[in-house]
Design a protein around this ligand. Structure first.
Ligand SMILES: [Zn+2]
Length: 148
């Protein structure tokens, strides 16, 4: 049957996606140290009168940790001697978040393929009602045949 071929193709696609997901999950098992923020470099304006920054030459750029807290963004200045370590931690956090997003997409795809398998095996109540109606029509005829 046509459906069997379709279902077997769907199964094959799910198998491949599960392999992708396993690799992805393995890459999340042992993360390095992270910090829940991204590293950004911002120019500064000190506000002092007659400073060069007032004339369009800002200070910096300086490194900051940018984090989302309760819908707001908070900036934390990063000291130079911690910059290397903080940079690695922020990069690892970004990598982890990116992989998590990929994991969600893979799960959505797998789910949608399972839904297609479901639909290929699924009939509507409407079809069931039709079968009932046809049976009812057939019953009197069969009784007539017996009577004859
Ligand atoms: Zn200034």
């Amino acid at each position: 049957m046509m459906d069997r071929k379709a279902i077997s193709d769907l199964r094959q696609r799910i198998f491949w996606l599960r392999e992708d997901r396993e690799k992805l999950e393995n890459s999340l098992f042992r993360p390095k140290k992270m910090i829940r923020a991204s590293l950004v470099f911002l120019a500064n304006y000190c506000g002092k009168k007659d400073c060069r920054c007032k004339k369009g030459f800002p200070h910096g750029p300086y490194p900051y940790l940018s984090e989302k807290r309760k819908g707001k963004t908070r900036m934390t200045y990063v000291k130079k001697r911690t910059l290397g370590e903080v940079k690695l931690e922020a990069e690892e956090y970004a990598r982890f978040q990116h992989q998590l997003a990929r994991l969600s997409k893979l799960n959505e795809k797998i789910r949608s393929l399972f839904e297609q398998i479901r639909d290929l095996n699924c009939r509507e109540v409407e079809e069931y009602r039709k079968v009932l109606t046809e049976r009812k029509k057939n019953i009197p005829r069969q009784e007539n045949e017996k009577a004859n």
